[in-house]
Design a protein around this ligand. Structure first.
Ligand code: NAD
Length: 483
């Protein structure tokens, strides 16, 4: 049994949060978890005090000291002006990896997928969640999708290391790189490169649409799946749901320095205060935490007692089914049932063994050596807010050509509409106008400014520009559809 106490920060959250947190702490303490609890307040009450982030400044001090956060769900107030506390915490603490094991407990929990055991590893900080959104014209809104080399290296490396440590056989990558060739293309490419360092692990890549369909239909075909933020957000809920209930899955948010552990579900306000909620999701989140802080022996004990409880048919209302369950219990009684089984193992469900306690190793991430590419600007996309036809904007814009930058193509929502567009193509008030160097030699910022002055003088409302760069001689931008 581990002896040294590890300080952890605990938040009881909102709705069913306090009940499931009490149940979880009762179980892990009874199992011998050596933890020293520091409590912080987050969520609704904090938001209502006017703190738009849902977490007090003082709470960061505890989180930065303990570096381990066990968090119950919170209620996010409706309406604008409030920031998501979850997103703020992940980003502030650099929790780049979201790890969500999704396991079915057939035949004790009803599921269409009796042999499912999938771990979804979701990138947690980038992609469309960078939160960079703009309304650019009357008709058009934009959200920037950012995929970075360092961010992707970290999550992909994490997925392979996770697979190796946990004796998993295969890592699958989901992207949409047939469409997003640069952003998702980078994610896929780094997956292939880093994957090559793990010869013992099988690797595969699926386009996310058909991959998602396959996951929902045949989850037993997958082992560990790594993906960018948005796909991971959606598919980790799908994966958890098809095990039988979202109330059963816990998740870990891992960073170089800190980690946060939680249930995947929300605060279920309608169930609050009635001793109804299933504490399993948060408890399995706490199991991930115990492993993270090196108390693997306690994690094993808690997890096996929980499996035995599920196997014995002691179920909360959300998974209770007359034909498989033996007893419908409340949150407290469920916790007592798990405590009563500490030291036992499941008979039919697969028991877990997380090995001996081990010291926590915080290793700063080491990136692969990378020589920055030679960057040359070969042109510029000028985005213009214009109400009219493609030929009107194109013919007028051509008069703005300079010696160094000349209009090559205009696209609307990515489709080429000038020159020689089709009358069938629907156009909005948002035009991407591509100017390139006529002799294919690099242009300067001054060349771009000279062009913009002419565009302004011609009376155009330009919204933004995007430089067209080559990196080591390779185009760092996509062509317009039809270009
Ligand atoms: P929810 O997950 O709270 O509830 C969805 C459904 O699942 C409800 O029918 C609920 O009764 C049931 N349920 C959820 N957890 C359960 C449990 N442990 N035991 C038994 N039944 C359970 O999702 P929601 O209703 O969309 O959201 C409620 C609030 O939670 C919202 O304010 C939302 O923003 C917030 N939320 C917070 C987190 C978080 O803090 N990590 C995550 C998701 C949602």
């Amino acid at each position: 049994m581990s002896t040294q106490k590890t300080p952890i920060t605990v938040a009881y959250g909102d709705g069913i949060g306090p009940e499931i947190m009490r149940a979880t702490l009762d179980i892990i303490l009874a199992a011998g978890a050596q933890i020293e609890i520091e409590e912080i307040e987050i969520g609704e009450k904090v938001y209502m005090r006017g703190v738009t982030a849902g977490i007090e400044e003082s709470a960061w001090e505890s989180l930065r000291r303990t570096k381990v956060f066990l968090k119950a769900p919170i209620t996010t107030p409706q309406g604008g002006g409030f920031k998501s506390m979850n997103v703020t915490t992940r980003k502030t603490l650099g929790l780049y990896a979201n790890v969500r094991p999704c396991v079915s407990y057939h035949p004790y929990v009803k599921t269409k997928h009796p042999v499912m055991d999938v771990v979804i590893i979701r990138e947690n900080e980038e992609d469309l969640y960078a939160g960079i959104e703009h309304r650019q014209t009357d008709q058009v809104y934009q959200c920037l999708k950012l995929i970075t080399r360092p961010g992707t290296e970290k999550i992909v490396r994490y997925a392979f290391e996770y697979a190796r440590t946990n004796n998993r056989k295969k890592v699958t990558c989901f992207t949409k790189d047939n469409i997003m060739k640069l952003t998702d293309g980078l994610f896929h490419q780094i997956f292939d490169e880093i994957g090559a360092e793990y010869p013992e692990i099988e690797k595969e890549h699926w386009i996310v649409d058909i991959g998602a369909a396959k996951l929902a239909d045949t989850p037993e075909a997958f082992d560990v799946i790594v993906m960018p933020n948005l796909y991971g957000d959606i598919l980790s809920d799908v994966a958890a749901q098809i095990t039988g209930s979202v109330g059963l899955a816990g998740s870990a948010n891992i960073g170089d320095q800190c980690a946060m552990f939680e249930a995947i579900h929300g605060s279920a306000p309608r169930r609050a205060g009635q001793n109804l909620a299933n504490p399993s999701g948060l408890l399995l989140g706490a199991v991930l935490m115990l492993n993270h802080i090196g108390q693997n022996d306690v994690a094993t004990k808690v997890h096996n007692a929980w499996l035995k409880t599920i196997e014995d048919g002691i179920h909360t209302y959300d998974i209770y089914k007359e034909d498989v369950s033996k007893e419908k219990v409340g949150t407290k009684e469920f916790a007592q049932a798990v405590i009563a089984r500490l030291g036992e193992k499941p008979v039919h469900l697969k028991a877990v063994d997380y090995g001996a306690p081990r010291p926590v190793e915080l290793k700063p991430f080491v990136f692969r050596p990378h020589t920055p590419a030679k960057k040359e600007t070969m042109g510029v996309d000028v985005f213009i807010n214009f109400v009219g036809s493609a030929n009107e904007i194109g013919d007028k814009l051509k008069t703005c050509n300079t010696d160094r930058l000349q209009l090559v193509v205009i696209s609307n929502r990515g489709v080429k509409v000038y020159p020689d567009g089709l009358p069938e193509t629907f156009c909005t008030d948002h035009w991407r106008c591509r100017f390139e160097s006529p002799d294919n030699t690099p242009v300067t910022h001054s060349d771009i400014i000279d062009l913009l002055v002419k565009v302004k003088d011609a009376g155009f409302d330009f919204i933004k520009t995007e430089n067209l760069c080559y990196f080591n001689g390779q185009k760092g931008y996509s062509l317009a559809q039809g270009q």
